[in-house]
Unconditional design. Structure first.
Length: 319
């Protein structure tokens, strides 16, 4: 949509390659976490998954005034909400392991920029200065079932919300036992669930961020995957400059990276979402250690077009 000279753009970074089946999957699409979520499952569980995603959206969307996360931001504390408590706790554990380049306390910063809204805004240095003081992992704590914010911090779970929601979906599907296999796609994050009767892997095409084509295809068993890149969402300001939606919590400015896209595959939705953003933010400087990680795998591309693929990942690049 156009706002004068401003343009807000959304690309679909991941594509599920269609597979044939004797019996078609049940499919439903719902809007949650600011994206279209497509549920495609064999055996059942579609309506329950759609309902769960809507519930999670009402909990974690800080742009909804009545959401639980908005209540936390307004009141500075919330008790008895297992969803928020678990998300904050698990994100803190990932920050301890990988660093805090991904920070949940950017709520005031994302609101100031408004990049994913109809009224994006390039803030001045004077506007950024007080907001930056509210951003720190030390400004959010989770203890004894209560999440507490200090120093003006406000949460925005956009960097991990989709991945965490897919963790909740998998847990619910495992407990119900209704679905045998299928996919739940939240555009930039996907759950590949279960095992196909013929034993064939899921096929994931990774879009080329510079055009309409794809970089290649990954063949994978059940897993979670998430993609991040500056091309996904952005706006063009009145000065003609393009600003991406991924904000650097250290500078308060849209991040710049020498990577164009990063996709992470692992057995945790939250971790895949967290890491895809963190690795993109860090760029090629720290990429080598991620390529040889034991509990996740990646596909990345740098600004020159060079591809980086983890050991053991079944990736077929386009010719």
């Amino acid at each position: 949509m156009m706002h004068g000279k401003k343009l807000f753009a959304v690309l679909l970074p991941l594509v599920l390659t269609a597979c044939t089946s004797a019996k078609p999957a049940q499919t439903e699409t719902v809007w949650a976490m600011d994206t279209a979520c497509t549920i495609s499952l064999h055996g059942g569980g579609v309506s329950e998954t759609a309902s769960l995603l809507k519930t999670l959206d009402k909990t974690l969307d800080n742009y909804q005034e009545n959401s639980a996360i908005s209540q936390l931001n307004q009141n500075g504390t919330i008790s008895g909400n297992d969803t928020i408590y678990q998300l904050v706790s698990e994100t803190a554990a990932l920050q301890k392991r990988f660093g805090d380049s991904v920070d949940l306390t950017v709520g005031q910063l994302t609101a100031l920029w408004g990049i994913t809204t109809d009224t994006p805004h390039v803030p001045t240095a004077a506007e950024l200065e007080p907001v930056l003081k509210t951003i720190s992992p030390d400004h959010v704590t989770a203890a004894d079932g209560t999440v507490t914010l200090t120093d003006g911090a406000q949460l925005d779970c956009g960097a991990v919300g989709k991945g965490y929601s897919l963790d909740c979906v998998k847990e619910a599907l495992d407990q119900s036992g209704t679905a045998s296999y299928g996919t739940v796609s939240m555009t930039s994050s996907i759950l590949c669930y279960g095992e196909k009767p013929d034993g064939k892997p899921f096929q994931i095409e990774i879009r080329d961020p510079s055009g309409d084509g794809t970089l290649g295809t990954v063949s994978t068993d059940s897993c979670f995957l998430s993609t991040s890149g500056g091309y996904e969402r952005y706006f063009i300001a009145d000065d003609g400059k393009q600003y991406c939606h991924i904000l650097d919590p250290k500078t308060g400015m849209p991040a710049e990276s020498d990577l164009t896209t990063v996709t992470v595959f692992c057995d945790s939705g939250l971790q895949s979402d967290f890491l895809s953003t963190l690795i993109w933010l860090e760029g090629t400087e720290h990429l080598e250690e991620h390529l040889h990680a034991e509990d996740y795998q990646i596909v990345a591309q740098d600004q020159s077009g060079k591809l980086y693929v983890s050991d053991g990942l079944h990736f077929t690049p386009n010719a």
